[in-house]
Design a protein around this ligand. Structure first.
Ligand code: FAD
Length: 292
């Protein structure tokens, strides 16, 4: 199918894009890489009257390091981030995860901002932003604001973004000593949206005892989510097999209430959650120990 008719604007700067959003509000949609929006328009699941194409807003295409944060502009292509030496050095969880997002051709067009704003419950980058405790920077007519990733996702395809706001940047704390990370997911085929996935970030003290943990899940709820009970089960513990098994039980039995669909039942997604905790957490703790 072809999309419903729409008016088309191609602003060259953030202010111009925001002025168009202010003018058209709920009738308008921002176009980034188009890898989710264009198929939705072709199927007429989305029928914006006005399309605001951000592809000439080059000011939002960057990866920079500032103080303790890595800053990634919303229009940075996923493939650019995947190959960025800064990302590999300072936020290796992002580099490890991006090859799981769709296929290389899609990542050449798809943007970091588009993926986070799209808020697919099975989106890998959303879970990674939760695990890294990223801040999502938004701009609107009232100015700029920063929202912690943990407050950004509000439900099924729901975010903290207002209709007249745009996502401009994500800011990720850079890797610190005695911290570790890891990602894995289960998908029917590599590049498909995952049935379930897990991004972990952990910190340990000089003895190797867990002092902090963020375990973010995708594909098992309305939105990417933090497994808070599983994290609480690990903090203060040595990361033994028993401790990680207890965290896996907490995640799969208490943190998640997964949906069922034609691809997987709720019980199967619970089981995947359990398996992923036991598969991913040992790698994250091993890296934390190596980073001491
Ligand atoms: P667009 O499609 O242009 O926009 C998506 C939405 O975000 C729209 O509602 C748009 O208005 C909004 N938006 C975009 N930019 C902004 C902004 N700066 N501020 C506010 N709102 C904004 N994704 C995964 O995470 N994992 C997968 O496994 C995966 N598999 C895929 C497989 C296929 C075959 C395809 C076609 C896509 C897949 N995707 C997957 C989606 C892909 O990662 C998209 O690139 C991404 O979800 C959207 O990014 P985009 O830049 O293309 O955004």
């Amino acid at each position: 199918m072809k999309p419903a008719p729409f008016a088309y604007h191609r602003p060259e700067g953030v202010d111009e894009a925001l002025a168009l959003l202010a003018e058209h509000g709920y009738d308008a949609k921002l176009l980034a890489g188009g890898q989710s929006l264009v198929p939705a328009m072709n199927f007429r699941l989305a029928q914006p009257a006005v399309l605001i194409d951000l592809n000439r807003v080059h000011a939002l295409d960057y990866v920079t390091r500032a103080d303790a944060g890595l800053r990634i502009g919303a229009m940075t292509r996923q493939s650019t981030v995947e190959r960025s030496p800064l990302v590999a050095a300072d936020a290796p969880l992002i580099a490890e995860t991006l090859p799981f997002v769709a296929h290389a051709q899609i990542r050449n067009r798809g943007t970091v901002g588009g993926s986070i704003a799209h808020a697919d419950p099975a989106g890998e980058l959303g879970a990674v932003m939760l695990a890294l405790d990223a801040r999502v920077h938004l701009r609107g007519p009232g100015g700029a604001r920063a929202v912690p990733a943990s407050a950004f996702y509000t439900g099924l395809f729901g975010t903290a973004l207002e209709a007249d706001e745009m996502l401009t940047e994500v800011e990720v704390p850079v890797r610190a000593a005695r911290t570790g990370w890891a990602f894995d997911e289960v998908a029917r085929r590599h590049g498909d949206y995952a049935l379930a996935g897990l991004a972990a970030w952990v910190a340990v003290d000089e003895d190797g005892r867990c002092t902090e943990a963020r375990i973010a899940l995708l594909g098992v709820g309305d939105a990417p989510m933090l497994a808070r009970e599983a994290a609480a089960a690990l903090v203060g513990q040595m990361p033994t097999e028993d401790a990680i098994r207890a965290a896996a039980e907490a995640a799969s039995q208490r943190d998640v209430d997964p949906p069922g669909d034609i691809h997987a039942s709720p019980a199967y997604r619970r089981q995947l959650t359990n398996v992923l905790v036991r598969r991913v957490l040992p790698r994250a703790f091993a890296r934390a120990a190596a980073e001491a």
